[in-house]
Design a protein around this ligand. Sequence first.
Ligand code: SF4
Length: 588
Amino acid sequence: MLKDDSLANILYINLSNRTFTTKKRPELFEKYIGGAGVAIQLLHEECPTGSDPLGPENPIIFAVGPLTAMFPLASKTVSMFKSPHTGNLGESHCGGRSAVAIRMAGYGAIVIKGTSDIPIYISVHGQKVYFRDASSLWGMGSSATGRIIRENETGGGLRTIMRIGKAGETLVSYASVTTETYRHFGRLGLGAVFGSKRLKAIAVSGKSSVPVTDSKLYRNMYEEIYQAAVESPVMKKYHDLGTAENIIALNKFAGFPTRNLKEATFENAAEISGEAFAAGYLGRRLACSHCPVGCIHIAALREPYEDEPYYYKTSMISYDYEPIYSLGSMLGISTPEGILKLMDSVETWGMDAISVGVVLAWATEAQEQGLVSAKETMGIKFTWGDPASYISACRLIALQPNDFYKALARGVEYAASLYGNKDSALAFGKNEMAGYHTGPATHVGNLIGLRHSHLDNAGYSFDQKVLAQKQVSPEELAEMLLGEEKWRQILSSLVVCFFARGIYTPDVVSKLLPILGFDLKIEEINRIGSEIYREKYRFKTKEGFSLDELRIPKRIFEAPSPVKKFDESYIRQALAHVKMILEKPEVV
Ligand code: SF4
C-alpha cells in the first residue's frame, strides 16, 4: 500500500467545458509505480485509437513518481500524448520545478483533454483550478509569457509554469514546452498539442508535504544517495562542463555529426567545445528542484546595441551538448556566439533544438542540390557556418508563410518526402537524429527506441564501451539495447534524472521502494519494467507503427563508423530480432 496516498490523486481537466475533477487511482500507482508506467496506462485509457494528435481527444498527461520531492535527482516529470510529429507515442521528460510542484499540489498525475474556444491558461493551486483568459498572451514568446503569469499568479508554494511560444500556436510538429525558462519538454511536439488546445500555459503550485513513516530509514537512504551524487566523478563532470564536455571526445572518436553528417569530425570542434563555452560565456549554473548536481549551464551573451555606444543587451541562454551539435556542427557554425544567437532564436519561437538543426541541415543540402529554389526559401540562402540565414529560417518555420516552410514545420521526414534527398534526411522513426554517429548501436537504438531518442537505450554508450572492444552480432546488440530500455522504464516511472542512472541501481531501487510502500522484489521490478515497455510498444503498433516499415537514412553508411563497419542488412537483422522478441510477449 502506498505510504503517501496523495500520489494516487489524478487531476482530470477538460478544456472544452472548463471543468475538473480529481480521482484516486491507487491501483494504478501500486501496479505501475508512477511516471511513465502510470502515464502509458492513462494514455491507453484516454486516447482513442486513431485520434487526431491535434484534436480535442488527444490527452496531455503529466505524471510524477513516488521518489518525487523525497530523494535527490528525482526531479523529472514525464509527459505523454499522441505525438503530432510521429503519429504514435509522444513522451518527453522535463525537470525544473515541474515534478516537485505537481507533487506539492497534491497530485501524482494530471490529465488535460478537450479544446478551449479562446486562448487560455490553467492555474492549479493545490485543490483549486482556475481557467484564465490568455488572449493577451497569444503570440508571445515563452519567456514573456512566464514573466506575466508569474506576476498574475501570486498564490504561495512551490510553483512551475509550463508554456509555449509562437511555434506551439502555429502547430509546428516539433514545438516544445518550456518550463522555468531553461528546461523543456523538447521532443515529439508537446508544444503543438498545447497549441491545438489553445492552451498557452499551465501553472501548478502547492504547499503540501510528503509524509515519512520511518524517518531513520528515510534519512539513511537519503544520505546514501545524496553522498553518492555529490561524490560521483560523473556528476562532477555534469556540474563542471556539462554534457558539452563530450564534444572534444566525440570529435576525436570521429562520432560528432557535422554538416548533415557529410562528415563525423568538425574542424572547429575545439572552438565550440564545452571548455570554450565555459571559458568565454558561462554566466551561471542552475539545478532542478531537489538536485545537488546543478548541470544546467547558462551562457551570458552580451551584444552591443547598434546605435548606442556602451549599451549592451545581455541574454542568458542555456546550452548543452545536443543543441551545440544540432545548431552548431550540423550547420557548420564554428563560434559559440553564432550558436548562442541561433539557440536564442529557437528558444524564443519555442521549438525543439535537435529537430530544428537537423531540418535546416537537410534544407541546406537540398538547396545545394537544386531541389529547392530561392522562391521556396523566400530568398534565404542557407549557408553552412552562417547563423544569420538559419535565424531567418527559424522565424519562417514558426510562421509558415508558404508550402516549403509548412513542410519544414512538419519535420525532415515529411519535407524530404515532398522535395527529395531522402537518403540524407536524418530521422529515425520520423524523429530527428541526436548528436551521435558512434556506430551501429546508436542507430539501431534510435530505430527501436520507443521515442526514437538517444535517451531510450543509450546506444552511443554501447558503441563506445562494448562494440569498440569486441564483435557483437545484430541479435546480441538488439538484446543489449532492449535490456537497457526496459530498465529505463523503471527509472522513468520513479521518476529520476537519467544522469543519476549509475546511482539508482537495481539494488538501490529495491531498497528504496519498501520505504514508499511498494513490496517488490527485484525480479518483480524487472517484470514491471518489461510490462511498461510492452504497453508503450502496444500503443505504437495500435497507431500504425511497424518495425518493418522503418526507413533507414543511407547517409549513416556513408560517414565511416568509428567502431565497426556495418550496413543496412546488419541493422535489419537487429530490427527483425527485436520484432521476433516482441511478438513473443512471454519472453519480453
Ligand atoms: S543532473 Fe541536471 S538535469 Fe538532472 S536533475 Fe540535476 S540539474 Fe536537473
